[in-house]
Ligand binder design. Structure first.
Ligand code: DC
Length: 221
């Protein structure tokens, strides 16, 4: 008997990471940020000069990536958050994630990490296709959205780059396009997801809505 899995999907700046982290902490369960695996594969591609259009080459790199609640590892060595979150890696992650071959490698990696979390009491798993593809049987699926302008503002504030709002807005629009227009696992809500537009909600309001639902569901299982 394990706990429940909560899937949280949404575009960049929708509040996924903050919500997932807080909900996991308050439920006392594991938080998995699946974007870290895509970012680690992208970082490897940049380090080793693998063409971001070379699907097979990228899939081979992805085999060296592992995912756990602390983040991602490459060849068994932990990769630091600052390195994974650089603008270059963010842009490359969106590109590498469009390759079917790479997604096929990372799919079982994410499922195994989620099932391990379930066995340990449950997990909150965050990404782009968790409710639709990675964990279609998750007990709770949440899709967070927010107006692009608001997401850019949050990202700029979060990273202390308020002066770069225009550049951040453009980067978010580009990533939105790439993530939602790709053929495989595009960013979209699962049919049975709760869709929450967070544009005018505070972080605390979003956290408590998701938490209430999760606690209800946990009580039923
Ligand atoms: O959540 P994030 O910004 O750290 O994700 C980085 C990139 O990885 C994002 O542009 C799309 C991709 N990604 C994905 O395709 N599927 C996931 N489950 C998670 C991330």
């Amino acid at each position: 008997m394990g706990g429940i899995l909560v899937a949280i999907d949404g575009p960049a700046g929708s509040g996924k990471s903050s919500v997932a982290r807080a909900v996991a902490a308050r439920l006392g369960v594991v938080n998995l940020n699946t974007g870290a695996a895509y970012r680690a594969a992208a970082l490897l591609a940049l380090r080793e000069n693998v063409d971001l259009a070379d699907g097979e080459g990228l899939a081979a790199l992805a085999r060296r990536v592992e995912l756990d609640p602390e983040g991602a590892s490459i060849d068994g060595a932990r990769v630091g958050e600052p390195e994974l979150r650089s603008p270059d890696v963010s842009a490359a992650a969106s590109k590498v994630s469009a390759h079917v071959s790479l997604r096929e490698v990372l799919l079982p990696v994410q499922r195994a990490a989620a099932e391990k979390a379930r066995a340990q009491g449950g997990g909150v798993v965050e990404g782009r296709d968790i409710g639709t593809v990675v964990l279609p049987d998750a007990e709770l699926k949440v899709y967070l959205s927010a107006a692009p302008e608001e997401r850019a503002r949050r990202r700029a504030y979060q990273t202390g780059r308020e002066g770069e709002l225009d550049r951040i807005r453009a980067a978010i629009a580009r990533r939105d396009r790439q993530d939602s227009e790709r053929e495989i696992s595009p960013l979209k809500p699962a049919a049975d997801a709760l869709v929450l537009d967070t544009t005018s909600l505070s972080l605390e309001e979003v956290i408590s809505r998701v938490l209430d639902l999760a606690i209800d569901l946990r009580g039923q299982t």
